[in-house]
Write a protein that binds this ligand. Structure first.
Ligand code: NCD
Length: 483
């Protein structure tokens, strides 16, 4: 049986998995397709085995789902395991006001692995903090959907052998689609070229865009090309620090011309995430046979996480480039691989387990109670859910900018960034607008700092501006250093 020890492993973001681990998942998914595949349909698992017969998977779904829940459950059954499901928040204790933090502590004792889908960004991360067994994010608000990305990348990998230098156009609601957010991180990490084709006003969120550039070293090639009004190709993200094809990159230098001319290898279509927007009627691009006639799409796989609701014409279904039903079918072997690795069912392979379920963070963690200092700026973050108020904290990673010396705060749950804030020092009672002061913080001293949205908030809480601080020689010295 799975031990409910402090050492476990959760997957709440695609970035919780290393590249090597993602490749391992692909290898194992491939072996399931080989050993248990349907001999007549190459992408379909058709037989079951009994390696998970001692285990139970629970799906806790607080939002509608067809593919994610059923393919996770199918995967568990194909491994010989059992499943328990709560698919409708109206019939679970959530309807009585039970918090997610309590639900996962309860269900974590009924099952050995939990799949969570929730409308709030960062909900899976909160669940992971409380669950005694592995938690897999099955989609949390518009934050991430890491296992969909595994299916997407596996689809690309099977078709193209390598992910490096693939040119992938992403179309539609790039802001609201959680599948897109996990997908672009993975594409960048594997050295693919990303061509955003957002619907108007639905560009990638600024924090995702910046993370691609600063953390995954994407370089931008400015576009200039525009589509037929609804979509505009504004730029390409490329990652030249990976060993790319010499034809596109010479050393670290990018051959912009060649990249722009390169044909598109895949068009990834997404639906308008109506449930995440207040304005429910907005112009939206439609991908159809006419769109795909453009020569640059002549070999492009057409992908979609599904469900589609009009943005991808059914006439494309019979086109040789359509791969979206395969992509959905891969949900089974991919999730079989992930479950079996997390439960330690593979003889020679497993995913590393970590204390607390996550790799040691690369950044310092700022952690204050909910009533102290600033709160996450994303109103849809689980940190604002009143039902969870006793279980969340004002918790942020402290991220040092690599373009200047400033710091920003990244929400521990939903990963949105706060760039502008003031830094206050609890013991010395000063506050300052200069976030570079945080460079002095260490694991031991970070608790002495409190961040506020504005100086007024800090003053209201009893802090005084560091600029007027002539009393403490320590603060004076710091002032000088920070100029
Ligand atoms: C996606 C989701 O839930 O984010 N569906 C899925 O899991 N395949 C995409 C969507 O709902 O648009």
């Amino acid at each position: 049986m799975v031990k409910t020890s402090a050492f476990t492993r959760h997957i709440t973001s695609i970035n919780d998995l290393s590249k090597r681990e993602i490749e391992l998942i692909f290898e194992i998914a491939q072996s399931y397709l080989k050993d248990q595949g349907d001999p007549t349909i190459h992408y379909r698992v058709g037989r079951s085995k009994r390696i998970a017969s001692d285990y139970i998977l629970a799906s806790l779904f607080y939002e509608p789902s067809t593919r994610t829940r059923l393919s996770f459950e199918s995967a568990m059954v194909r491994l010989g395991g059992a499943i328990i499901t709560s698919a409708d928040p109206a019939t679970s204790s959530a309807a009585k006001g039970e918090s997610l933090a309590d639900s996962v502590r309860v269900v974590g004792n009924y099952a050995d692995i939990l799949i969570i889908r929730h409308p709030k960004d960062g909900a899976a991360r909160l669940a992971a903090e409380y669950a005694p067994v592995p938690v897999i994010n099955g989609g949390d608000g518009s934050h991430e959907h890491p296992t969909q990305t595994l299916c997407d990348m596996f689809t690309l990998k099977r078709k193209n052998k390598t992910l490096k230098n693939l040119k992938v156009a992403i179309s539609g609601d790039l802001k609201g689609s959680r599948t897109i957010h996990s997908f672009v991180y993975a594409l960048a990490r594997f050295g693919a070229i990303i061509e955003p084709m957002p619907a108007k006003g639905m560009e990638l969120p600024p924090h995702v865009d910046r993370r691609l550039k600063e953390e995954y070293h994407c370089k931008m090639i400015p576009g200039g090309e525009t589509g037929d009004g609804a979509e505009a190709i504004d730029a390409l993200y490329v990652t030249p620090d990976e060993p790319h094809q010499p034809s596109l990159f010479s050393g670290q230098e990018v051959d912009y011309g060649l990249i722009i001319q390169k044909k598109v290898d895949a068009v990834y279509v997404t639906r308008f995430q109506k449930e995440r927007w207040t304005d429910k009627e907005q112009p939206y691009p439609r991908i159809d046979a006419k769109f795909l006639k453009e020569p640059k799409y002549s070999d492009a796989s057409v992908m979609h996480p599904l469900p589609r609701v009009g943005e991808l014409d059914a006439s494309v279904d019979s086109d040789f480039r359509a791969v979206y039903f395969q992509q959905a079918a891969y949900g089974v072997p991919i999730r079989m691989a992930l479950i079996s690795l997390l439960l330690g069912l593979q003889k020679n392979n497993s995913l590393a387990r970590f204390k607390g379920g996550f790799r040691e963070p690369e950044h310092l963690v700022y952690d204050q109670p909910l009533n102290v200092g600033l709160r996450c700026i994303n109103k849809n973050c689980i940190a604002h859910d009143t039902m969870e108020a006793q279980y969340v904290r004002n918790k942020f990673y402290l991220i040092k900018s690599n373009t200047d010396r400033s710091y920003r705060l990244r929400c521990f749950y939903c990963e949105s960034d706060i760039d502008r804030f003031v830094v206050a020092h609890k013991k010395n009672r000063w506050f300052a607008e200069d976030t570079t002061l945080l460079r002095k913080a260490t694991e031991q001293t970070i608790k002495d700092y409190v961040a506020f949205s504005t100086g007024e908030d800090a003053i209201e809480t009893g802090f005084h501006s560091k600029r007027n601080d002539a009393v403490s020689p320590f603060s004076k010295k710091e002032n000088l250093e920070s100029v």
